[in-house]
Design a protein around this ligand. Structure first.
Ligand code: PNS
Length: 163
């Protein structure tokens, strides 16, 4: 059976933590759909959805079973539309757990066929998040060990120009 999985997120911007989950999922599943949320209600994003897709495509260009897309609305509906029954999420710490658990249960309520698989993050990425990357870069810090090297310059250019 050809098994696909969705890895959803904001990816504003992609970090080495995201890339680690994508690489590991690409070994477990035949096809990984990295799905960038379009309807972000939270803070003003630093990168447009198209830019985030471009950065993700560049960062995953050496993997042949990755598709990068955007989606609108409910993830559970998008998964149904794509006939995909598994979601993968990364879990960094206990602090992530409650929110991720709530999302997994909500998605299951909305689409009972949808299973969420959690991958524990690699220990070197425990602390890593897009918002931390943004803060460090905007204050002139070195983010080269936080984001994929092939997209480092583009991320630094954008984030260091802010604030
Ligand atoms: O990278 P993030 O911001 O933690 O990703 C969150 C995301 C995109 C996975 C989540 O917000 C999401 O699935 N949004 C789509 C809307 C939805 O389906 N909401 C109900 C389930 S929580």
């Amino acid at each position: 059976m050809n098994k696909s999985v969705i890895y959803p997120g904001s990816f504003d911007p992609v970090t080495l933590g995201h890339l680690d989950i994508i690489i590991r999922a690409s070994k477990m599943f035949d096809h990984v759909v990295v799905a960038v949320l379009r309807n972000v209600a939270k803070d003003k994003p630093s990168f447009t959805v198209e830019e985030r897709i471009e950065l993700l495509r560049e960062a995953t260009k050496d993997l042949d079973n990755i598709e990068v897309v955007s989606f609108d609305g409910l993830l559970a509906e998008y998964a149904k539309k794509r006939n995909i029954t598994t979601l993968v999420k990364g879990l960094r710490a206990v602090s992530d757990f409650e929110y991720e658990f709530q999302m997994a249960l909500t998605n299951k309520m909305l689409n009972p066929d949808l299973e969420t698989v959690f991958l524990t993050t690699s220990s070197k990425n425990m602390y890593l998040s897009s918002s931390m990357v943004k803060q460090v870069a905007s204050l002139g810090g070195d983010i080269s060990s936080f984001v994929p090297s092939c997209v480092l310059d583009r991320i630094v250019d954008r984030l260091s120009a802010k604030e």
